[in-house]
Write a protein that binds this ligand. Structure first.
Ligand SMILES: Nc1nc2c(c(=O)[nH]1)N(C=O)[C@@H](CNc1ccc(C(=O)N[C@@H](CCC(=O)O)C(=O)O)cc1)CN2
Ligand SMILES: Nc1ncnc2c1ncn2[C@@H]1O[C@H](COP(=O)(O)OP(=O)(O)OP(=O)(O)O)[C@@H](O)[C@H]1O
Length: 218
């Protein structure tokens, strides 16, 4: 198989793997990266992102705090601040509809841990509309990926949080309205040849890893 990774692990092209099995394998791969590998991957990722035209023109950018070995976009915060751009973090919506809010984030934002243990702005803080951005009005959303393929398809943690929140951007949901550019982030070890696509999977504009930028055909 062609996608054996550098460590000599077996590849993950076996199409008999279910989405759940694939998730488990790919999450394991990213968790196995050493702190040094994580740091270098993060630097390489951020260097690529700082060169993208949609990042250079963005005023409102959503990112995430890394969890479970996810590639770390946090060094971008300083860069965004220098450019007078605002940063936002995903917050699990308190109404339990399994969708996300994007809440303004800076050093003073009160944080809590959500039910998955991931730090996020306190939803009482985000409850005030002025502190969040409607999803359609964000310029760029950087999404954490569990896996990605050559066609620019993604697989996430399996909660459908991003898919639900971004369903309005799906081409099948009518004519194009204002929408954020969607950029998936992942370690190169999370690449697989081909992922199964579900009808609700929201297409991305690009995927950026520590090694490359994949422009997806939307
Ligand atoms: N950094 C980061 N923040 C994020 C996400 C993410 O993927 N990464 N999300 C993207 O959606 C949302 C949280 N979604 C998540 C969905 C599932 C699990 C998870 O770990 N599930 C466990 C078991 C579930 C449980 O504990 O009840 C697992 O699968 O092992 C975590 C986050 C919002 N914030
Ligand atoms: N637009 C939507 N409306 C209702 N349910 C949805 C929608 N999108 C996804 N779901 C549901 O969410 C569940 C998880 O979807 P999926 O396996 O694609 O997660 P994922 O893409 O890995 O997660 P995420 O979007 O959080 O990164 C599925 O059971 C699916 O039915």
């Amino acid at each position: 198989m062609s996608n054996t990774c550098a460590s000599g692990e077996i590849g993950i092209t076996d199409t008999t793997l279910t989405r759940a099995q694939l998730r488990r394998l790919l999450r394991q791969r990213r968790r196995q990266l050493s702190p040094g590998e994580q740091r270098q991957a993060s630097q390489r990722l951020c260097r690529q992102l700082r060169g993208l035209p949609e990042m250079l023109s963005a005023r409102h950018v959503a990112l995430y705090l890394p969890n479970d070995g996810e590639i770390d976009p946090v060094p971008l915060l300083d860069w965004l601040r220098q450019r007078n751009a605002n940063a936002y973090l995903p917050v699990l919506r308190p109404l339990a509809d399994n969708a996300l809010w994007f809440v303004r984030y800076d050093a003073r934002t009160p944080m809590i841990r959500n039910r998955f243990g991931i730090p996020e702005p306190d939803s009482r803080f985000g409850a005030l509309r002025a502190r969040r951005m409607p999803t359609w009005a964000l310029d760029v959303i950087l999404l954490p990926l569990v896996g990605f393929d050559d066609q620019g398809q993604r697989i996430g943690m399996g909660g459908g949080f991003y898919d639900r929140t971004l369903a309005f951007t799906h081409p099948q949901n009518g004519p194009s309205r204002p929408r954020p550019r969607l950029i998936g982030l992942a370690h190169e070890v999370q690449h697989v040849e081909s992922l199964p696509v579900a009808s609700w999977d929201v297409p991305l504009d690009a995927i950026v890893s520590d090694e490359r930028v994949i422009r997806a055909r939307r």
